[in-house]
Write a protein of this length. Structure first.
Length: 253
């Protein structure tokens, strides 16, 4: 297909993603809404990611690979994609996750009908080999800045933002949780995130040891965002962190 002005720019960082990248790309190519571009920023991979991206570009001109010269982290990769995005709407999808075929169509209609700036959807978990698991995360009707501090329920792979209303923005240069810091920055300005409570995306997880380790890392990085990015005093940070921890436990069960 020929590349033309897209309505939606899909932002995808990739690093050594050869095992899952084609599934991710195919989930975008299968969208019932076709006016999109997918900007995949390869963060100096050492596997076959680059070759797969070049082949994908030949198959579909809407796939726009960018290759970084040195490994810089997901924040730099996402910001590079944001700088090259042509669409009014920005959607985020990591290189190991997938979308349902009607994700863009339903979410874009939801945004346009209500004039929303920031939306997200429900999602479900898949195993490392892509098998659907019996675990779903729903989308509450609305999330404010204070809600987000208490419950980081917004999945990055489900977010869509109307850049005409937010203006151009970058993610903070953090190795992890830069997505949370970005959502907080947008919400802090008065934007509200609205949830479309349909399961429209699939989030890939690793083995049990990896899940446990990642939970501890996420908790530590969340605390860092509270204290060093949001500059909350220790008591406010602790209060919000207790809510965050409670919701994290509830999500697991």
């Amino acid at each position: 297909m020929e590349h033309h002005d897209p309505a939606v720019s899909v932002i995808t960082p990739a690093f050594n993603s050869a095992a899952t990248l084609l599934e991710t790309i195919e989930s975008v190519r299968q969208q019932t809404f076709s006016e999109w571009e997918m900007i995949v920023v390869d963060d100096c991979s050492t596997d076959q990611t680059r070759d797969l991206l070049l082949k994908a570009k030949k198959q579909d001109a809407r796939i726009r690979p960018i290759f970084l010269e040195r490994n810089s982290g997901a924040a730099v990769a996402r910001n590079t994609a944001l700088d090259h995005a042509a669409g009014r709407y920005l959607a985020f999808l990591d290189s190991d996750d997938r979308w349902k075929p009607d994700k863009l169509e339903k979410q874009l209609r939801f945004m346009r009908e209500h004039g929303y700036t920031f939306t997200f959807t429900g999602y479900e978990y898949i195993s490392q080999d892509g098998t659907l698991l019996k675990k779903r995360v729903g989308a509450p009707r609305r999330v404010t800045y204070h809600d987000m501090l208490k419950n980081t329920i917004v999945g990055c792979l489900t977010v869509m933002i109307d850049r005409e209303n937010t203006g151009h923005f970058h993610m903070p240069n953090l190795r992890t949780r830069q997505d949370l810091a970005t959502w907080l920055s947008l919400l802090k300005k008065g934007t509200v995130a609205y949830g479309l409570n349909e399961t429209l995306a699939e989030y890939r997880i690793g083995g049990r040891a990896s899940i446990s380790r990642n939970k501890w890392k996420a908790a530590g990085k969340t605390w860092f965002v509270y204290r060093k990015v949001e500059n909350l005093n220790i008591w406010r940070a602790f209060w919000y962190f207790c809510h965050y921890a409670m919701h994290a436990v509830l999500k697991r069960f």
